[in-house]
Write a protein that binds this ligand. Structure first.
Ligand SMILES: NC(=O)c1ccc[n+]([C@@H]2O[C@H](COP(=O)([O-])OP(=O)(O)OC[C@H]3O[C@@H](n4cnc5c(N)ncnc54)[C@H](OP(=O)(O)O)[C@@H]3O)[C@@H](O)[C@H]2O)c1
Length: 257
């Protein structure tokens, strides 16, 4: 059976990408639920504003996921300055649209640096710290865009697919170490990241609903926290289809003809 979810009695929570959107909402809900929450991102003013809304509960910790040296030492610094990390929600991420008819390297390099390498850079010391305590909980925020290829998602989707595989693979070992590993796969959530999307976003949900679903999932042992299910389960089913059906269906639903 999967290890147990952690509670505020076990240590502090850490949420990356907490200056806006989903990360901010999850951090606020964890703070209201009794956790002391370390919040990371690059925007210090936004982190300070969040901390001011939850006096004594939220500790800002500036971290740029592309600064590999800072990421490598972040866990040790948080544990020394604030306390042992019982729960980590690794949520920092960027979506950079890619079009095949105007392909450049930059969105791939940056997406890999923030979404994938940025996650692994903190995962390594995090697991190291948790394994000595033989307990802990880590939730990695991926996306349904990682289930299968979607228009404009060549860079973003590739990093999110990698996060699924990474988590699935690590779960075998982390179960044995007593560390609960979960992957979060939201559908479309109304956040600054999706505000400018030029395409229709079916089953778009509010950031409050997303935060509520994630925090509820963190209290359970299920490997995947995914929502809204009527959308995400549909996408899961799509990836089982032969490509001769998959591509026409996705083209039809996205209008990408
Ligand atoms: N919104 C959706 O529909 C949706 C769906 C599926 C998955 N997701 C995933 O959910 C997560 C949060 O997305 P969101 O929609 O809430 O977007 P958002 O509002 O743009 O938030 C992204 C967060 O990541 C942080 N971030 C970006 N680059 C960073 C860097 N180099 N170093 C450290 N932090 C960085 C941002 O903070 P700073 O800019 O201050 O650094 C911000 O706090 C992402 O992983 C995203 O892929 C979102």
């Amino acid at each position: 059976m999967a290890p147990l979810p952690q509670t505020p009695a076990d240590g502090v929570a850490w949420v990356t990408g907490a200056s806006s959107g989903i990360g901010r909402e999850v951090a606020a809900r964890l703070a209201k639920g009794g956790w002391r929450v370390v919040v990371s991102a690059r925007s210090e003013a936004a982190l300070a504003a969040l901390a001011a809304e939850h006096p004594g509960r939220i500790v800002p910790f500036r971290l740029d996921a592309e600064d590999r040296a800072a990421a490598a030492t972040a866990v040790a610094r948080i544990e020394a300055e604030v306390g042992p990390i019982a729960l980590a929600v690794l949520n920092a991420g960027i979506y950079l649209p890619v079009k095949g008819d105007a392909l450049t390297l930059e969105p791939f390099t940056r997406s890999v640096a923030v979404n994938l390498t940025g996650t692994v850079d903190v995962l390594v010391p995090l697991i190291d710290a948790m394994k000595t305590r033989r307990k802990g909980q880590i939730a990695v925020v991926s996306s349904v865009a990682g289930y299968s290829g979607l228009p404009t998602s060549a860079a973003y989707g590739a990093t999110k697919a990698a996060l699924f595989n990474l988590c699935e693979s690590l779960k075998f070992d982390l179960d044995r170490l007593g560390i609960l590993l979960q992957v979060v796969s939201p559908g479309f959530v109304d956040t600054p990241a999706t505000k400018t999307n030029p395409f229709p976003m079916p089953f778009l949900i509010s950031v409050e609903t997303a935060g509520e679903r994630i925090v509820r999932g963190l209290g359970r042992r299920a490997f995947e926290i995914t929502f809204p299910r009527r959308f995400t389960y549909g996408l899961k089913a799509l990836r089982l289809l032969p490509y001769s059906l998959y591509f026409p269906i996705v083209k039809r639903f996205t209008g990408w003809t």
